[in-house]
Design a protein around this ligand. Sequence first.
Ligand SMILES: [Zn+2]
Length: 467
Amino acid sequence: MLKLYNTLTRKKELFRPRKGKKVNLFVCGPTVYDYSHIGHARTYLNFDVIAKYLREKGYNVFYLQNITDIDDKIINRARERKISPQKLARDFEKEYLKDMKGLKIDSVTKYARATEHIKEIISQVERLFKKGFAYQIEDGVYYDISKFKDYGKLSRRTVLQAEDALSRIDEGKEKRNKGDFCLWKISKPGEPKWKSNFVWGRPGWHIEDTAITEKYFGPQYDIHGGARDLIFPHHEAEIAQMEALSGKKPLVKYWIHSGFLTVKGQKMAKSLGNFITIRDFLRNNSPRLLRLLVIKTHYRSPLDYTDNLISQTKRELEKIDEFVGKVKNRVPVGGEGGRRERSSLRPSKFQTEFYKAMEDDLNTPKALAAIFDLINKGNILISQNKLSPTGAKDILAFLRKVDKVFNFIFWKKSKEEIPRALLNLVKQREKYRKEENWRKADEIRRKIKEIGYWVKDTKEGPKIKKV
Ligand SMILES: [Zn+2]
């Protein structure tokens, strides 16, 4: 029974979707004005794992993500670059999707651009006017938070506390309440604008989410996710908009927020010079490493990115790779050929541990611990030559199931990822071959096979292949 921590109730709750096996999941997507950084990668990786896990459990997940392609930041950056906001947004949307693909974040069912849902956004603002929640002043249409008595229920702030230096609150001198947020901005000359019955302008940030989710999911749905800095005011505003519009609550049954990523204890910031884009990371490291690095921390815990963490994670990845190689080696091609059973190692115990951890609010570090436990026990058996082909097959089947969710174990490796130890062995073997020391060369071929690779000698030199 899956339990999820719900920010709305501050409790772990049994997960029960609104309608049978159908799960409607919405996660705040990027504002496409720059390259995404590893903090974004963490958030989207966490929700990728959540979506994949729910699908593995047999849920029919509709994973919807918005793309904020109209926003102050986009307009300002486009002006700096002397290109249109639309061109800038399209370019960085492409880069974002490229990054997601590179990290195998492939669980999103639909990406929805804000600018392609203007009709729905305008309709929401109009309805908020009619219901008395919206008012227009000099620079736009605002939401009157004093009219919505549940305002603050997600972030547990009161209306009076609805301001601080960190939160992105819209300015506007004539606002009725300090915490009122913008629904529709009146465009300044030269800015993109759309026609509405009230005034020409462009959408505020919060309204695009509810307009998009209302279109695809209706007024209520199962899970809303995002990084925890979006709780206030962004997600609070979404509740205020949609619950005021529909009169139905809750807008979202489970609010799930992922933890922050810091770099060496500090918040990532361009001014601090510790800003790491996904592109930067992938220049020196494999995408598999980032997946493992994120998965080994619980999605709600803070993650501090350090050199130490990277080297530790690299060692763990190598350990997993070597183990998988050795286990594959134990499975003979074309069945087991009636060999005598030699081991009692069955992955079922580890499997139970794995799922127990995952069911407990997706405790991925604990789930990984079960896998490392299996690896340690398995390695002992292998070193004693006691792992049977059936045992090996069962282990691989289990790891493949795990990988449907974690998605980093069975990737085809790029050249850089071939362990250094292996490259050294291949070099040594070449030396013996040149010396025509076939006995030594064969011995090394066996060692290479032990760690899961085949060497094939070709005219162009030795070729390495995964077993
Ligand atoms: Zn959002």
